[in-house]
Structures are given as C-alpha cells and as structure tokens.
Design a protein around this ligand. Structure first.
Ligand code: FE
Ligand code: ZN
Length: 255
C-alpha cells in the first residue's frame, strides 16, 4: 500500500498534513489551522476526506474545522484527555492505542509538554509521525502546560522511532530555531550544513517540514541533551539529560 503525503501551509506559519491511500480511498487530515487551503488541496487532487486528527487543543490546530465541516465530513479523532476542549470527537484515543487508518495500523503516543494531552500518531509502514508542537524541525514546542521532565519523556518516545521516519511538525519555525541551535551546538558540522539547506529552501519559500528523524537526532539540540559538546558549552557535564533539556528549553525561551 502506498500513502501520498501533502504538506499544506496555513495561516502565517502553520502546517496541516493530508495523507491519502488510493487503494482504500482513505484521506486523513492532521490538524485544521484554516479551511480554505485544505479545501483547495483536497479538491485539486479529487480526494474525499475520511478522517481528521487533532494533535492538541490550540486554536491554530483546530479552529478551521468549524468552517471545513460545512463542506466536508470525516471521522474526528483526538486525545481522550482533551475531549472537553477539542471539537466533538468520534474517536477518543489514548497513549498506547492503535488506530486503523486505511490499511495502516497507527500507534498513538501521549507527548505532553507543550500542552497536557498533546498526542503524536505514528504510521509505521508509511514511516511518518505527526508530532505537531512536540518535536519540531530543530526545535520543540514551548512548555505552556507541561513540565520540562514531561516534555523530555515525550521526546524520548519519539526519538526511539526508526531513524528514517518523516517528522511532520506543526510550524515553519525552522529558521529561528536554527539561529538558536547554533548557539548551544556551535561545532556541529551537520547543523551548519542543515542551516545552509534551510536558508536555500526558505529563500524559495519551500517548507522545511517534514524533516527526517535522523536529521533531527543529528542537529536538533532539544534531542541532544546527552551530547558531550552541548553539555560542555552549557557547563553541565554531570547533570541528567532531563536537566540539560530543561536548560536548553529555558535558554530558547529567553533567546
Ligand atoms: Fe500549539
Ligand atoms: Zn501550534
């Protein structure tokens, strides 16, 4: 079975994702920042929406549904923990659940930190994970509701996925994230060459999302709390990974 993945830029810097499987006539939308670009992406391809997944309750990930549902219907899926603050759900899901989307048995992860109740969904055959505001390209979501320890635990779950997994995150924040990353990981050659690629893409208005998990593991400082050079730069050779992560998050908040 083959899945087609479409990245849909929405609002200022949000992304929605559409995954389509022709054989089963399945079309999954992940997050609904706004209706019109998603409508256009679907109608261009002649795809009929079947499922909508909400990663977390923030308005810029769900508010477009009220408009989109006027013209499209779908099975709505979101975290049971967030059911009270998400649009009406047909499927309320939890960490460790599996859900079938077309021919794919997807795995559900609680990735609390940015919000409590944020979920990520992993498609093992398609090799795609929808991370929204947990792992982001060269970054991670700000901690609005969860603790650093919670976010670190969430990131660790995603870091253990196969390295060739495509990471579909929620925002085009990569240029700003890169400027910060190089301050805590200045000698990282892979980061420097990725920064050049990012600059080239953004100059042509090409999304830097999705990215490969292998790239994130090599260059995203939020996933590299165990890295000796980063620890040396921060003067934190003996602290735990979670403590180093917390410091990196704090430095980014004040960057
Ligand atoms: Fe958010
Ligand atoms: Zn967001």
């Amino acid at each position: 079975m083959t899945f087609e993945l479409v990245t849909v830029p929405c609002l200022e810097d949000n992304y929605a994702f559409i995954v389509h499987e022709a054989e089963t006539n399945t079309t999954l939308l992940v997050d609904v920042p706004e209706a019109d670009p998603i409508r256009a992406a679907l109608s261009e391809r002649g795809w009929t929406l079947t499922h909508v997944l909400f990663t977390h309750h923030h308005w810029d990930h769900v508010d477009g549904w009220n408009d989109l549902r006027k013209t499209h219907s779908a099975i709505t899926i979101g975290a049971q923990a967030d059911e009270y603050r998400l649009p009406a759900l047909d499927m309320a899901i939890n960490d460790g659940d599996t859900i079938q989307i077309g021919s794919e048995i997807c795995q559900v992860f609680d990735v609390s930190g940015h919000t409590v109740g944020h979920i990520a969904v992993y498609m093992p055959t398609a090799k795609i994970v929808f991370t929204a505001d947990s792992i982001m390209a060269l970054g991670c979501g700000r901690l609005f509701e969860g603790t650093p320890a919670q976010m670190w635990e969430s990131l660790c779950k995603l870091m253990s996925l196969p390295k060739d997994t495509l990471v579909c995150s929620g925002h085009e924040y990569t240029t700003g994230n890169a400027k910060f990353a190089i301050t805590v990981d200045p000698d990282n050659i892979a980061l420097r060459s990725r920064m050049d690629e990012i600059q080239e893409k953004r100059a042509k208005n090409i999304p830097t999302i999705p990215s490969l998990l292998s790239e994130e593991l090599a260059t995203n400082p939020f996933l590299r709390a165990d890295d000796h050079n980063i620890r040396k730069t921060l003067g934190m050779l003996d602290e735990s990974d979670a403590q180093v992560f917390a410091r990196i998050r704090q430095l980014k908040d004040n960057f």
